[in-house]
Design a protein. Structure first.
Length: 276
């Protein structure tokens, strides 16, 4: 009888231990659920692209005094940082902000799923608050508004309000302590969409690698052609058919530049087209 009671007691104890092993404390279960939720949100991040125009090469740095996990970008391809378009790195709803003593003129974009991007120190806004913007759409111009030592684009990616290490095209960027250590060439707005439609005129028009008459010829337009202009910039002056112009257009599908003389539009500088 004593032996049976001892066995019963041993069995009951073992059963309690087993139940204890299978029971997860409520707090641990909630933490596990929250962790799984954060992982799912991170996995659903947009495919962020560089926040500046197609083909441009910029360098960037991170300063320990910066808020969150920001990177500051400046041009490194010979172009001027000040006035260069700032582009939406992913689609979402834009909001305009102003903080004269800090971020200056800036825009936040809500991409959904808890993801937000910030663009600080803008020289001007190009969209209204509450406006939906597409990836690659101009949202402002790079500047030095607010507490800034010079023109640059301060850029952040946040998940649920928490700064994240910046990822572009699915790859994480390094965090150098100064400029000219790391570089990033943008593919934001390149091909597959974007650009302002125009029609060219003339025959045998050269599409060049840059806005220079001695730049390599990429292709030639046999006759009037429908094109999409991504951006425009000043370069060599071209004279043709009694016209003179030093503005050039970057063509989306041909991957090079043509003189604005050959764009069928009366303005030397095309309206509504950003500066490269």
């Amino acid at each position: 009888m004593t032996r049976l009671r001892r066995l019963s007691t041993t069995f009951a104890g073992a059963l309690l231990v087993l139940v204890g092993m299978l029971t997860v404390p409520a707090g641990a279960a909630e933490a596990a659920e929250a962790g799984a939720s954060d992982t799912a949100a991170a996995a659903a991040a947009p495919n962020f692209k560089a926040p500046y125009p197609c083909g441009q090469r910029w360098t960037y740095s991170h300063h320990s005094a910066e808020v969150r996990r920001a990177l500051d970008f400046v041009r490194a391809d010979g172009g001027t940082t000040n006035g260069t378009p700032a582009l939406a790195s992913a689609a979402g709803t834009a909001t305009r902000h102003s903080q004269p003593s800090g971020a200056g003129n800036y825009i936040s974009i809500d991409h959904g799923g808890g993801w937000t991007t910030y663009y600080f120190h803008l020289g001007s806004y190009s969209v209204a608050s509450g406006q939906f913007v597409n990836q690659g759409q101009q949202i402002g111009t790079t500047g030095s508004s607010g507490n800034s030592s010079g023109p640059h684009l301060h850029y952040e990616q946040l998940l649920n309000g928490v700064g994240q290490n910046i990822v572009i095209n699915g790859g994480g960027l390094p965090y150098p302590g100064s400029y000219n250590q790391s570089f990033l060439t943008s593919d934001n707005g390149c091909g597959g969409g974007g650009g302002t439609p125009f029609t060219t005129w003339g025959t045998g028009v050269s599409v060049r690698a840059d806005a220079r008459l001695n730049a390599a010829v990429i292709t030639r337009l046999a006759g009037p052609t429908s094109v999409h202009v991504l951006c425009q910039k000043q370069g060599d002056t071209v004279n043709a058919e009694g016209y003179s112009n030093n503005w050039w257009s970057k063509l989306r599908d041909q991957g090079g530049f043509i003189s604005n003389i050959y764009i069928d539009h009366p303005a030397a500088q095309l309206p509504g087209v950003p500066i490269c």
